[in-house]
Design a protein around this ligand. Sequence first.
Ligand code: ZN
Length: 375
Amino acid sequence: MDVISYLTTVNFGAGAATSLPQIMSELGLSRPLIVSDPGIVAAGLLDRPEFGALSGLPRFLDVPANPTESAVFAGLDAYRGAGCDGVIAIGGGSPIDLAKGIALLATHDGPLEQYAAILGGIARITPNVAPLIAIPTTAGTGSEVGRAALITLDDGRKLGFISGHLIPKRAICDPLLTLGLPAGLTAATALDALSHCIETYLSPRFNPPAEAIARDGFERIWKALPVAVREPTNVAARSDLMMGALEGGMTFQKGLGAVHSLSHALGGLKDLKLHHGLLNAILMPEVIRWNREVPEAAEKLNTLERLAGITEGTLAEELERLNQSLGTSARLSELGVSREIIGWICERALADHSHATNPRPLSATDYAQIIEAVY
Ligand SMILES: [Zn+2]
C-alpha cells in the first residue's frame, strides 16, 4: 500500500481497506455514521472482514441513485439521533456525495440551498465540516478526492456544492472492493472516469500538474478497461482503473466540459434515471469531434492518441468502437429522451458549471447539434 498526499491523503492498494480502524483512530472518530446503499449491502461488501470495525455502528442506507436534499436531511437525523462524530461513505458517487451533504449540515445551519456554488455558497462552507472518510466501491466518479457534491433539491434543481472543505479527510481506495462489479457497470463507471481525464486535460485553465495527472489517468484507463471487462478479477487491471478514476477526481479543479454539461442536464431527467457514465460514453465522441476544431485541443487530443497507441485523429472513432464492444453504445432516443425537451436540455447545459471550461465555446444551437448527432 502506498500513501499519497495530493488534495487529501489516500490509502491506495489491494488490501487498503484493512487500514480503516487505524484511519478512524487517526481522525479521532469513535462513532461515525456509515453511509451506503442497498446495492452495496446486497453485494455483501459491508460484511467483508475488512469492515469488521464497523459492526454495531449506526448506518444510513437509504441513499437514492442520485443524492437528494430530503435524503441529506434523513441522513442528518440519523447522524444526530445516534450522536455521531463523523461519516464513513462506502459505495459509488451517490453515497459519497450524500455523505458530503450530511457532513456539511452536521456543522452548518440549513437551509442546504444557501451552500450551492451558484448561489454564493462556496464562501459559506467553513473548515468545520464534519470529518468524512470515503471508500469507493466503483472506479469512476473520483468523488473520494473531489471538492464537489451534486445534490438535487426538493424543488428539482440539481446543484453543485463545491468547497475544498468538502474533500473527504481520507480516501481509502482498495481495488479488491471492485472485483465483483459487473461488466456493464465496470465499463460505464470507467468511461465516466476516462471522460474526466479527457475533459479536464482539454480544459483551457492553466494547471500543468493536473494535466500530467489527467494524461496518466487516461492512459491507465484506456489500457486497463478492456482487460478488467474480460477478466473481472484481474487485480492489476482493477487497480489501474481505480487509480485512473482517482486521478480523474484529482484534476476536477481544471473544470470539465461539454460532455458533462450535457450529461448533468440529461441526468436530471427524473423519470428516466439515466446512468451518468453511460451518458458520458455516448456524448464523448461527438464532443471530441467538436473540440478538435480548436488547435490547442487538437494538439492535446493527438497527445492522448499517442498515449493510447492509436492513429492520430481517431480518438472519437476509437471511442465509438469501444462503446460498441462494451455495450455502452445507445442513441438518446432509445433511452427514452423525447425530442421536445432538447431545447430545455441545451438551456440547462449552458447554465451548468462545466460549460465555461469547454475548450471550444458553445451556444444553445451548438449543443442542440451535438445532441442531434447522438439522438
Ligand atoms: Zn462524471
